[in-house]
Design a protein. Structure first.
Length: 316
């Protein structure tokens, strides 16, 4: 729900500040411009320093008041992304985002991205990692059967199946904000193992909304999908997947992997967009990892975290 302005100063640093000028409320992201290390308001030319938000110049004023400043947001540039730290209580960052060495050294290069908007509780998306039972039922049918869940289990595509083995666990201190999912995938065609589609995926969740999915294939090399989940408003999440892959591999390989991942992800979206979040779900013994995941994810809430409540009446 926040309105932000992101800009790169002439010394190369990127900053994120509140979008609205504290003078008369103009939006700095709409017509504002960079001058030196400041962002300039398009309405009256007030200039604000990216580093601390301090106003450094008012074209028509003799003196700049000491209290004239913008709110700045802690951010960092890593793995080709500008990431922002948000804490409900205004506390500063307590952990850093790890750099993926192969991206920094350009061994792995950008090969495409997908973007989806999901109408669900933010916790639903990472919780999938701990829900190993859904892999066989939802993601077992061949990707050739598409994303419409009415037809994915059609006998037409029954000759091919995806077989998954998954293990999820949280990481210990000092990385208790991280968790690991190890996925092993193989496919069968007419009941016979098709080794060309053997794949190992190591998915590391860092914080509540960032996942590193590292792919390893015996013949087709290595790469990574970076997943970001950004809450836009209550029960609306923006999810982006960016794939980086070995630059000596033809681009069609990572594009195929991204497409296959997209098909499987859109099956999840059909569920998420139409399900209800149950704080006390009915679970069986084999679902124990889901509760373990919820205990792990609870660290990202504070007592002052917003709680979504549906309106009790239809009054405007």
């Amino acid at each position: 729900g926040e309105q932000l302005a992101a800009f790169r100063t002439q010394d190369g640093r990127a900053y994120v500040v509140d979008a609205y000028c504290p003078h008369l409320g103009a939006n700095l992201a709409m017509g504002g411009r960079v001058t030196g290390n400041c962002i300039e308001c398009p309405f009256h030319g007030w200039q604000f320093r990216g580093e601390d938000g301090k106003c450094t110049s008012i074209p028509y004023a003799e003196k700049v008041p000491d209290f004239a400043k913008l709110r700045t947001w802690p951010s960092c540039e890593v793995n080709g992304m500008l990431l922002l730290w948000y804490h409900r209580d205004g506390l500063g960052p307590t952990w850093a985002v790890p750099e993926q060495r192969e991206i920094a050294t350009k061994q792995w290069v950008f090969r495409g991205q997908t973007e989806h908007f999901i109408e669900a509780h933010i916790q639903e998306i990472p919780e999938n990692a701990a829900d190993t039972a859904h892999l066989t039922f939802l993601h077992g049918p061949a990707i050739l059967s598409g994303t419409d869940l009415r037809y994915t289990r059609s006998k037409l595509w029954d000759f091919m199946k995806h077989i998954w083995k998954a293990e999820w666990q949280p990481e210990p201190e000092p990385n208790k904000h991280c968790s690991q999912l190890l996925l092993k995938h193989h496919a069968t065609v007419f009941g016979r193992h098709f080794s060309l589609l053997d794949l190992t995926v190591s998915a590391r969740q860092v914080g509540p909304g960032l996942v590193f999915l590292i792919f390893e294939h015996a013949f087709l090399g290595q790469g990574i999908i970076l997943q970001t989940v950004t809450p836009l408003e209550p029960l609306l999440q923006n999810v982006v997947h960016k794939i980086y892959y070995q630059k000596n591999m033809p681009a069609i390989i990572p594009k195929f992997i991204l497409k296959a991942e997209c098909i499987q992800f859109e099956r999840d979206i059909t569920i998420w967009n139409n399900k209800q979040y149950l704080p006390k779900p009915l679970l069986v013994k084999e679902d124990s990892t889901i509760q373990k995941h919820r205990r792990w994810y609870a660290q990202f809430y504070s007592e002052r975290s917003e709680k979504f409540t549906a309106p009790e009446a239809l009054d405007w």
